[in-house]
Structure formats: C-alpha cells, structure tokens
Design a protein around this ligand. Sequence first.
Ligand SMILES: O=C(O)CCC(=O)C(=O)O
Length: 216
Amino acid sequence: MDAELFPRARSEVAPGAVHVPDWLDAGHQRELLDACRDWARPPAGLRTVRTPGGGTMTARQVCLGRHWYPYGYARTVVDGDGAPVKPFPDWLGELGRRAVTDALGAEAAAEAAYDIALINFYDADARMGMHRDADEKADAPVVSLSLGDTCVFRFGNTETRARPYTDVELRSGDLFVFGGPSRLAHHGVPRVHAGTAPPELGMTGRLNITLRVSGL
Ligand SMILES: O=C(O)CCC(=O)C(=O)O
C-alpha cells in the first residue's frame, strides 16, 4: 500500500470515544490474527449468532472468558455446541489496559480488569446493526481492535440508533476505545470494504476484537 501523504490523526469522536489509527504494528497484527485463528476452531469456535426474532447476524463470532448470546453471558456456548467458552488470556487483558491507557489515560485503565473478548469475523457482505454493549455489569471502557479489511464504523449517541452519529474508517491495526459518557453509545458497522486488508497480513475479510469487563 502507498504510504500516507499525511499520517492519520488520532481523534476524539465523542467524549470518551477515541480513535487511534495504526495502534498495532504489522507484527502485533499478525500475532493477534494467529490467536484469532486458534480461537475460531471448535469446540466453542466461530459460530453464527441467531437473534430472538429468528434472524441471524451476518458477522460470525467467537467469545473468550464468557460466552455472549442475545442478550446475556454464559460460561458455555448455550446457543451453539454447548462447550465451555475458551479462557480469556492474561496477555489480552494487558493489551486492553495498554489500549485504554494510550487512548484515555492511566486513570481510565486503573480499574479495567478485562475478562471478556468478542471476536467478530466479517466477510464482504457482513454488517452489524446499530446497538449498545449493555449486557456487562461494569462501566469500564470497551476496547476495539481491527484486523484485515477496512470498514465504516458508525459511532452514534446513547439515546437512539439514529443520528447524530459519526462514521469513522477503521483499518487494520486501528484501535477504538469508548468509555465514560460514551460507554453506552449505539454503534455499528454498515460497510466492509472487501479486498482492502494489508496483503502481508495474509487474510481475507475483517476481524474485530472487542475487550470488555464483565462485572459478573
Ligand atoms: O466490528 C466492530 O467494529 C464492532 C463490533 C461491535 O460492535 C460489537 O462487538 O459489539
């Protein structure tokens, strides 16, 4: 890929919601991708999420620490193969705290004992509708790391799924953290730009890793 004419700048999209471009270098992206490939394997591997209305989410998902299903957390894959959820590794929690420190400062990271990861895999046609991450019992910031294809990440408000919102381009290696007054803001992924993953990463599609504190 051509070098950027100007490096992309870090930006505060809303109070407590910060985009840090290129937070993970190529080596760390590769390591995280390798870990995602391991986590995606059964048992308790990548699955299609069914919603209570009878639909399916187009992004497929695997969880660590606790299993998310619409709309709660369990210790086993209650809506899949029934296997115990894979453990949440210490190094991922450490990565989460570093991310919050870099995005929001050390004070915001002090209480953030990350224990859950939701890993979403998007192929070219996958999307994620506007929603809030509201099934956790803690208000620690959500950490979001992107790998592979670029997407449009829509970051909205706490009241409605509709405007006002801001569209942010998330590329491979980007970090997005939302906490404080933005912790319960609606957000979603209306578009993935197929074929934009860095070729050297060796993946097709997009992966998003969100880290959360369960408070459970
Ligand atoms: O893929 C993304 O960037 C967002 C994922 C997300 O909103 C979620 O896991 O709740």
